[in-house]
Design a protein around this ligand. Structure first.
Ligand SMILES: [Fe+2]
Length: 213
């Protein structure tokens, strides 16, 4: 499997190109500020882009959608969209074929209600649900509770070796693994929802104490 991470601009946003090299079929995720950068790379590699996904509807993840639709002729897909090519609904557990690869949608509400993660082979694109050493922001207790469940009941159920590719370069490295996050991400080390929410509330102080940028 081919996977390339792009620094697309914005607030250290990451976009992605994933391809099944044998068939040359590719998908783009979160092209945001730099659709042509990702599309040019696909062309150079000789890939045919079959899908464009956005991990959620925040402006900094969808602002390139008009441009990438023009460049590829594809309608960008978010949670709840129906893919015109396959007729499949983007919902939890949906599988989108990409050559010999299966792309599985994980619905991971919390940061936003429409947050999805894309599981492709040994990699998962985690959008703004999980960053390296951090997690997505939430505004209410209910959102935090949904995010807690999404993290533990969906993402942390994946194999420890699955590589994690986040939606922003907010951590100490641009990528991680499920196992590494389980062991080191302070939010995932919290034993219950109350301590998870406490850490969210006191995150600025925690960062200062632990020298986290
Ligand atoms: Fe976001």
């Amino acid at each position: 499997m081919y996977l390339k991470q792009f620094r697309t601009g914005g607030d250290r946003n990451f976009g992605y190109l994933i391809a099944d090299e044998a068939s040359g079929e590719a998908l783009v995720a979160d092209p945001s500020y730099s659709p042509s950068l990702v599309v040019d790379e696909a062309r150079e590699q000789g890939f045919t882009i079959r899908y464009v996904f956005c991990t959620h509807g925040h402006h900094d993840h969808v602002n390139g959608n008009e441009e990438i639709a023009e460049l590829t002729g594809l309608q960008p897909l978010l949670y709840g969209s129906v893919c015109p090519r396959t007729g499949r609904l983007v919902e939890d557990g949906a599988v989108f074929p990409l050559g010999s690869l299966d792309i599985t949608i994980l619905h991971t509400p919390g940061h936003t209600e429409d947050s999805i993660c894309l599981l492709a082979g040994d990699a998962v694109l985690t959008g703004d649900t999980l960053f390296v050493g951090k997690i997505g922001g939430t505004a209410t207790h209910e959102e935090a509770a949904r995010e807690f469940r999404s993290l533990h009941e969906r993402l942390m159920q994946l194999d420890d070796r699955v590589r994690v590719f986040p939606g922003h370069d907010y951590g100490s490295a641009p990528q991680s693994t499920i196992g590494q996050e389980k062991k080191t991400n302070p939010f995932l080390l919290q034993p219950d929802l109350d301590s998870f929410c406490d850490l969210k509330k006191n995150w600025a102080a925690y960062k200062r104490r632990h020298g986290i940028v």
